[in-house]
Design a protein around this ligand. Structure first.
Ligand SMILES: NC(=O)c1ccc[n+]([C@@H]2O[C@H](COP(=O)([O-])OP(=O)(O)OC[C@H]3O[C@@H](n4cnc5c(N)ncnc54)[C@H](O)[C@@H]3O)[C@@H](O)[C@H]2O)c1
Length: 312
């Protein structure tokens, strides 16, 4: 297959490009390098089966490909709130442009959606049938609502134009190549711990998340892209079900590092969800997917990566 990965120089995109190449596909990574970096794909740049295109998905482009993975969008709050209008444009115009391309060249397209489309959920755990509880006018709305419209566009292009779509609802994912200072929980904690700093917990640390290791997430993307069941156009949650409070994550990281970590508490940001856990029955039943890497193992691999990157 010739495969286009938008957001290919980002955290998840770079892992996906690597995996696709390992499976024998030809890969084009497209990215405007807003939050991504050529460093993440540096080892791939000389290969004849890999190409990098610097391009912004808000502008149309036409490429002859078989598969499109649309991952282009800043994912961490500090990045997507930096220019909220641009974030909406990236999700809405970017997805429109790629759907137009998919229709024209008859490519299969997978949209990277998010657990954020459930907002601050009133149903727990969250099934794909849950419509969500999202603030349309808050500081997180540019991301949450942008991704909701992206899902709408995917379904409408499918119903109206028979485009072959897949929608993955990604829950918190972590691992090597997360950007230092991107404000995400695991990278923040690991970087602060390695620098010998006090760890910052927002709120009282009782809020929960489930963290999925990146390799498991990429398995999920590929399984969904290749899934041929009749129900293949419906969204699928991919994420770990191992629900942990922020305080528990700090304890687990302390175990990995073999020392007790100091913490300081700061106010919780506006509209930050209190609990988050996917119902992954659909992923299990349809794709045979479940997460495999434990939090302790995943944290140990992430610590190794940041040790090398920060030269600690
Ligand atoms: N990592 C997670 O926990 C998580 C959770 C839910 C959803 N997602 C989704 O997965 C995708 C990848 O996330 P990530 O964690 O790798 O984030 P990331 O910020 O590392 O990667 C996003 C990439 O998209 C690129 N990009 C942003 N705007 C663009 C534009 N207008 N045109 C072209 N490229 C653009 C960035 O430069 C970056 O390389 C995103 O769509 C995100 O919303 C991620």
């Amino acid at each position: 297959m010739r495969v286009l990965v938008t957001g290919g120089a980002g955290f998840l995109g770079s892992h996906l490009c690597e995996r696709l190449l390992a499976e024998g596909h030809e890969v084009i990574a497209l990215d405007n390098l807003f939050t991504g970096s050529k460093k993440t794909i540096a080892p791939l740049l000389g290969r004849t089966d890999f190409e990098f295109i610097r391009h912004d998905v808000v502008n149309p482009i036409l490429l002859e490909v078989d598969w499109i993975f649309n991952l282009a969008c800043p994912a961490s709050p500090i990045h997507y709130q930096y220019n909220p209008v641009k974030t909406v444009k990236t999700s809405v115009m970017g997805t429109l442009n790629l759907l137009g391309m998919a229709k024209r060249v008859r490519a299969r397209i997978l949209q990277a959606s998010t657990s954020e489309i459930y907002g601050n959920p009133t149903e727990h755990p969250q099934k794909e049938s849950y419509w969500g509880n999202v603030n349309p006018i808050g500081p997180r709305s540019c991301y949450d609502e942008g991704k909701r419209v992206a899902e709408t566009l995917m379904m409408d292009y499918h119903r109206q134009n028979d485009v072959d779509i897949r929608i993955v609802r990604i829950f918190n994912t972590y691992g090597p190549r997360m950007a230092v200072g991107d404000g995400r929980v695991i990278s923040n904690f690991v970087v602060q711990a390695l620098r010998g700093e006090t760890l910052t917990i927002y709120g009282d640390g009782s809020q929960t998340r489930c963290f999925c290791y990146v390799d498991d997430m990429i398995d999920g993307f590929l399984s969904l892209m290749q899934y041929e069941g009749e129900d293949r156009f419906e969204p699928v949650n991919i994420g770990s079900c191992d629900e942990r409070s922020m305080n528990e994550i700090v304890d687990c990281l302390g175990d990995v590092l073999g020392r007790k970590l100091d913490v300081t508490f700061k106010p919780l940001p506006e509209n930050d969800p209190v609990r988050r856990r996917p119902d992954t029955t659909r992923a299990k039943e349809r794709l045979g997917w479940s997460s495999k890497v434990s939090l302790a193992d995943g944290l140990a691999r992430t610590v190794d990566y940041f040790r090398k990157t920060l030269k600690m």
